[in-house]
Write a protein that binds this ligand. Structure first.
Ligand code: URA
Length: 280
């Protein structure tokens, strides 16, 4: 095993130990014959196969076939259909490509002044699950991709703990340009940029949106609401079930909150019909 692969395994084990679900990875490779034949792809990378990942297509097939209600005793969201106003707010024929084109070389707010890249979003355009963060940090600004720094690595671990890969989900932010010194985006910057986020969500139409942290929560649920009071509860954004939880950067500073986030993600998994590891 290379030193890099070893460090990767160690990071995984530490993460699962934090979540108090360490024992499940011991027999994760044991799958039933049916699962093995129908939906489990061979593990092809050197990364530890704590979960054997499914392709997006296999996951979609599984999600379509499974009844969320049957998958868990965790209460599931009751979702009202989108209102007429929300329906008419959708742009006919909109697409992620068109949204990116409309953003263009954006100069709509002051965040353009120091940015290197516009970090639009990344992942599966047909994802059932979308994670929304606050805004790019230094690494994201350099690479042009969301959640690729330290907080991003933790988010990747969280996604993989759910039995998914980053490519199965879609990841984006409220503001697409890095706020200087990683300060929180100002209300007017959020207001200018959030319509693009709303369009992204309207195009993808995921089964669940996860808000990572207070800024994403404010953008999708309203400025006056408190994330610490409403995290872990089923909410909705324009007819899409929504779960708010703590931002991975907060977890880096407060590792004790990882268990609460894992509880929130388990609710999301139940809603998506994903298997929740036993003993967690
Ligand atoms: N934090 C965020 O909110 N978004 C990113 O893309 C990276 C860090």
């Amino acid at each position: 095993m290379t030193p890099e692969a070893r460090a990767n395994v160690e990071a995984w084990l530490a993460y699962f130990a934090d979540l108090k679900i360490s024992p499940f990875y011991l027999n994760r490779a044991v799958v039933s014959k049916n699962e093995a034949e129908s939906e489990v792809l061979p593990a092809t990378t050197a990364a530890p196969s704590i979960y054997i990942p499914m392709s997006p297509a296999a996951m979609r097939a599984k999600l379509q076939a499974s009844s969320p209600a049957a998958s868990s005793a965790i209460p599931l969201p009751v979702i009202k259909p989108a209102s007429l106003f929300e329906e008419t707010a959708r742009i006919d024929g909109d697409s992620l490509e068109r949204i990116r084109e409309d953003i263009g070389d954006c100069k709509r707010c002051r965040l353009c002044q120091q940015r290197n890249s516009i970090v639009f979003g990344a992942g599966n355009a047909h994802a059932q699950l979308v994670f929304v963060g606050e805004g790019p940090g230094r690494d994201e600004d350099i690479q042009g991709l969301p959640f690729v720094g330290r907080a991003g690595k933790l988010l990747t671990q969280m996604i993989e703990a759910m039995g998914l890969k980053r490519d199965d989900v879609y990841i984006c932010n409220v503001v697409k340009c890095r706020p200087p010194e990683n300060r929180a985006p100002e209300p007017d910057e959020m207001e200018t940029c959030s319509p693009f986020l709303y369009r992204q969500l309207a195009v993808i139409q995921p089964k669940v949106v996860v808000c990572l942290g207070a800024i994403a929560f404010q953008a999708l649920y309203g400025a006056k609401q408190s994330i610490s009071r409403l995290r872990g509860q089923w909410l909705e954004f324009r007819g899409i079930p929504m779960m708010a939880t703590y931002h991975p950067a907060y977890l880096l500073r407060n590792p004790n909150a990882k268990g609460e986030v894992w509880d929130d993600l388990k609710k999301v998994m139940a809603h998506l019909g994903l298997k929740i590891p036993s003993r967690s």
